[in-house]
Design a protein around this ligand. Structure first.
Ligand code: UDX
Ligand code: UDX
Ligand code: ADP
Length: 469
């Protein structure tokens, strides 16, 4: 019987191993983490992450804090630990901090007595496999290690669907007989449920670069469409109509062209910064500059949103209640890593607004932590972060959209939760200060209907409210 051990019980490790456990009954699957709180949560009814369908996967892997025991026993070790952006030293603000990866690799070398296949799951800079290989082989005590890169392409909110039915599974390995044998071992695991033609193999460096490129391309599409939103607002074009017609070209495709207040999530910005840093290290400043623009447009989109709120509310939000609907970085997840809501709220707070936040999945503690945190501090394990962060006084968190909007001068919709489409906007309008503003950062509301109620509506990339023209 093959034993798989996954180090890191996070958004990737947890769901991925749950699906492997379900689909491969002959494989023993264990997920380990140094965070006792996280493992306890996985073993309770209150899972540490919200992911639709995860509860129903059924077959559960074992979750344990006994990292060394399970690594010792495993044949295949997936490493899915944090790779934050460095906050100090060489490459600060760009390069990936591989501290957690290196410590995991050294621990593997310390405890292993049998041959292992070590699989990179978390996104890492290109050539990380080489560094890990060196750490392992120089401390090997006769154990043979094969390193594979098997990047994860699941998106949060649809993780279970993506794992059940992936567009592709990519496995990169060394082009030696031992490397290729290891590739086949991992391929056999996925082949239990993924059609063979969707399991692709490549060399290690191609697999590592593919992950960064895939995320950079996806983020690029969003920045491309977002870059046109201001132009649409200025000219009277409608970004939804433009994106729809452009997306009908089969070479372009309609997916991932939704204009928004900006992209968030743990991967896009981090992976692009990684790509930028690698380009700079390889003497390619023009290429680095090209990718930096994707992030600049995204940052600009968030500050443009804040400017629009302040400017339209008579150039001041000081002391005004602004309701924020949605705080997670996208719908169907409670994840707030790099969510545009953080930058938007910080921008409004800088202009002395008083903010009332409602998100169906994000806790008050998490919101306060996020708003008190510095850039790039978010991707360190939760147990290393302060347990009771300072609370931001002008921020209140409610568990109801009606409560959040009561008495507010304006509403900002920052996540496209389905429930925001079905709210009773007449009731909301009646309980707000007038004029009642609504800034739709995700284009979820029916603009015409809300204008008919009396709202002054600003949507991303849509013609301006007639009230303003
Ligand atoms: C992403 C990749 O999609 C996934 O393949 C990879 O494994 C991890 O990174 P994720 O970050 O979970 O997944 O979510 P995704 O659906 O890609 O959305 C990222 C951000 O882009 C969200 O903030 C989302 O709201 C935003 N977005 C997405 C848009 O603004 N417009 C779109 O059209 C699509
Ligand atoms: C383009 C558009 O495709 C078309 O829809 C529009 O109406 C006019 O402009 P065209 O310029 O005729 O058409 O050719 P196209 O096939 O788009 O190629 C343009 C250039 O891009 C060529 O030099 C081509 O070699 C290059 N190209 C195209 C690449 O370098 N790589 C690719 O993957 C595709
Ligand atoms: P992802 O979104 O990639 O899954 P997360 O941040 O959600 O990332 O999860 C990474 C997990 O890895 C965290 O729960 C963290 O505690 C764990 N971790 C980090 N370093 C180690 C280590 N050396 N051994 C075991 N677990 C680790």
């Amino acid at each position: 019987m093959v034993k798989i051990c996954c180090i890191g019980a996070g958004y990737v490790g947890g769901p991925t191993m749950a699906v492997i456990a379900l689909k491969c009954p002959a494989v023993e699957v264990v997920v380990v983490d140094i965070s006792v709180a996280r493992i306890n949560a996985w073993n309770s009814d209150q899972l540490p992450i919200y992911e639709p369908g995860l509860d129903d996967v059924g077959e559960e892997p074992l979750f344990s804090t006994d990292v060394e025991k399970h690594v010792f026993e495993a044949d295949i070790i997936f490493v899915s630990v944090n790779t934050p952006t460095k906050t100090s030293g060489l490459g600060a603000g760009k390069a990936a901090d591989l501290t957690y990866w290196e410590s995991a690799a050294r621990m593997i070398a310390d405890v292993s007595k049998s041959d292992k296949i070590v699989v990179e799951k978390s996104t890492v800079p290109v050539k990380t496999a080489e560094a890990i290989e060196k750490i392992l082989t120089h401390n090997s005590k006769g154990v043979n290690y094969q390193i594979l890169s098997n990047p994860e392409f699941l998106a949060e909110g649809t993780a279970i669907q993506d794992l059940f039915n992936p567009d592709r599974v990519l496995i990169g390995g060394r082009e030696t007989p031992e490397g290729q044998k290891a590739v086949q071992v991992l391929k056999a695991v996925y082949a239990q449920w993924v059609p063979e033609d969707r399991i692709i193999t490549s060399n290690l460096w191609s697999a590592e670069l593919t992950k960064l490129t895939a995320n950079a391309f996806l983020a690029d599409r969003i920045s491309s469409v977002n870059s046109l939103t201001a132009l649409c607002e200025a000219t009277g074009a409608d970004v939804t109509e433009v994106a729809y017609s452009v997306g009908m070209d089969s070479r372009i495709s309609p997916k991932f062209l939704n204009a928004s207040v900006g992209f968030g999530g743990s991967c896009f910005q981090k992976d692009i910064l990684n790509l930028v840093y690698i380009c700079e290290c390889n003497g390619l400043p023009e290429v680095a500059e090209y990718w930096k623009h994707v992030i600049r447009i995204n940052d600009n989109q968030k500050s443009r949103f804040v400017n629009r709120v302040v400017a339209s509310m008579f150039n001041t939000v000081s002391g005004k209640k602004i309701a924020v609907l949605g705080f997670s970085f996208k719908k169907d997840t409670g994840d707030t890593r790099e969510t545009p809501a953080i930058d938007v709220c910080k921008g409004l707070l800088a202009d002395k607004a008083s903010i009332s936040i409602y998100d169906p999945q994000v806790t008050e503690d998490q919101i306060q932590r996020d708003l008190a945190m510095n850039k790039f501090d978010w991707d360190h394990p939760i147990h290393l972060q302060p347990t009771s962060p300072a609370t931001v006084k002008q921020v209140s968190v409610t568990w109801d959209a009606y409560e959040a909007t009561k008495g507010a001068h304006g509403i900002c919709i920052l996540t496209e939760w389905d429930e925001f489409k079905g709210l009773d906007y007449q009731k909301i309008y009646d309980n707000m200060q007038k004029p009642a503003f609504l800034f739709d950062g995700r284009n979820v509301v029916d603009t015409e209907k809300l204008r008919a109620i009396g709202f002054i509506v600003h949507s991303i990339g849509k013609p301006l409210d007639p009230w303003l023209t």
